[in-house]
Design a protein around this ligand. Structure first.
Ligand SMILES: O=C(O)CCC(=O)C(=O)O
Ligand SMILES: [Fe+2]
Length: 377
């Protein structure tokens, strides 16, 4: 362990043992977390990454090359209607069945808004650590929020080489504005404007997929809680790493959400697992990456797939992904849904309350598709 981390730990332990030092102790705890973050470690340029980040060999599966996840042009679907919109909707459905991952172009979100989002996020990440740590990650059972680390479950957890900023966009009751950065000044306004656009896109996707399942356009949106659905922004910051092959940016997982939209910075690093092999997604400039979460696999009884994915890191550059998860409200009780006028008698998943699913999801290390698989009958 580097001496700086060790000495801050020592000061922290000392202060916590001192009965009247709680204010200072809290500050020191933040400092302790700050020196442990990937960005702080990256800046130290240590000859070797700390052992808590080193993945065992069996978790370093190689990558086989570039993937060809579908690229779907949404122009006609959003602006045209009629037959050409139908063709695009069919392409979305097919992509969700075969991959659960695709890129969309002409998605209706302006390039300038996307650039603004990347800019405010980068400006936040470039602030001094003390500034960012004014909103240290708050660990609520379902709702981690703020800046720091997630999935740091126990002393033995192998940590991912990523720092996260999490902000709830919706519903208002979960927004926790004090955990939204106030620097840069444009952060809140920009993320709110972007969040509203992404929600529109995610609802459109849900509508298309509802229809494909033989349901009304608004069925899934309502099943997930309507206006109470949880929409969460997660910024993933993968700083440069001097030994990228030893670590993982984000361990293999499928998202616990219903649907996820990822804004990339054109740097490669996202990989998807198809037929047991890992493939790198080539980010298309201007495109957004859409993927199905476990809840879509559940309600569609396995027809749509929440594909396993991971993020790797690099030595030549940092990488930033800005993700918006659309997830059910915690009280939603979800299971395979039968098409209108029929009966589902071959459900392969058990139903579950989303809050219970989320609590398990957030309190276990990321491990492939173990969570959704645990619901298999
Ligand atoms: O950074 C990426 O490319 C992947 C992010 C991701 O999978 C997530 O935040 O769930
Ligand atoms: Fe993910």
């Amino acid at each position: 362990m580097p001496w700086r981390v060790e000495s801050v730990r020592w000061v922290f332990n000392f202060l916590c043992a001192f009965p009247y030092a709680s204010t200072l102790g809290t500050y020191t705890q933040k400092l302790l977390m700050a020196v442990d973050l990937a960005q702080a470690i990256s800046k130290q340029q240590l000859p070797e990454v700390p052992s808590r980040f080193v993945q065992p060999l069996h978790r370093r599966e190689p990558c086989h090359g570039h993937s060809s996840i579908p690229v779907i042009d949404l122009h006609d679907l959003l602006h045209q209607g009629g037959h050409s919109a139908h063709i695009a909707a069919q392409a979305v459905t097919k992509a969700c069945e075969e991959w659960g991952f695709f890129q969309v172009i002409n998605h209706g979100i302006s390039t300038s808004l996307m650039e603004d989002v990347r800019r405010v996020v980068k400006e936040f990440l470039n602030l001094p650590m003390e500034e960012k740590m004014k909103r240290p990650m708050k660990f609520e059972p379902y709702h981690p929020t703020g800046y720091g680390r997630t999935f740091d479950i126990s002393e033995d957890t192998i940590l991912d080489w990523v720092d996260a900023l999490i902000n709830y966009i919706s519903p208002p009751a979960l927004k926790d504005p004090e955990y939204w950065p106030d620097k840069p000044a444009a952060y809140r306004e920009t993320i709110e404007a972007y969040g509203a656009e992404v929600i529109k896109l995610e609802k459109t996707m849900l509508g298309i997929l509802s229809k494909s399942l033989g349901l009304d356009f608004s069925h899934l949106e309502e099943a997930f809680g309507g206006d109470e659905a949880q929409v969460v922004l997660r910024v993933n910051h993968y700083p440069r790493c001097q030994q990228p092959d030893l670590v993982m940016g984000l361990s293999p997982h499928s998202d616990g959400s219903a649907i996820t939209v990822l804004l990339h910075d054109e740097v490669e690093g996202l990989q998807v697992k198809k037929d047991g092999l890992w493939w790198t997604v080539k980010p298309i400039p201007g495109a957004l990456i859409v993927n199905m979460g476990d809840m879509m696999q559940l309600v569609s009884n396995g027809r749509f797939t929440s594909m396993e994915h991971r993020a790797v890191v690099r030595s030549d550059t940092e990488r930033i992904s800005i993700v918006v998860f659309y997830a059910p409200t915690v009280s939603a009780f979800l299971g395979p849904i039968a098409p209108k006028g029929t009966q589902q008698n071959t459900a392969i998943y058990k139903p579950i309350k989303y809050g219970d699913y989320l609590a398990t999801y957030m309190n276990k290390e990321l491990q492939g598709k173990d969570r959704i698989n645990s619901l298999l009958i």
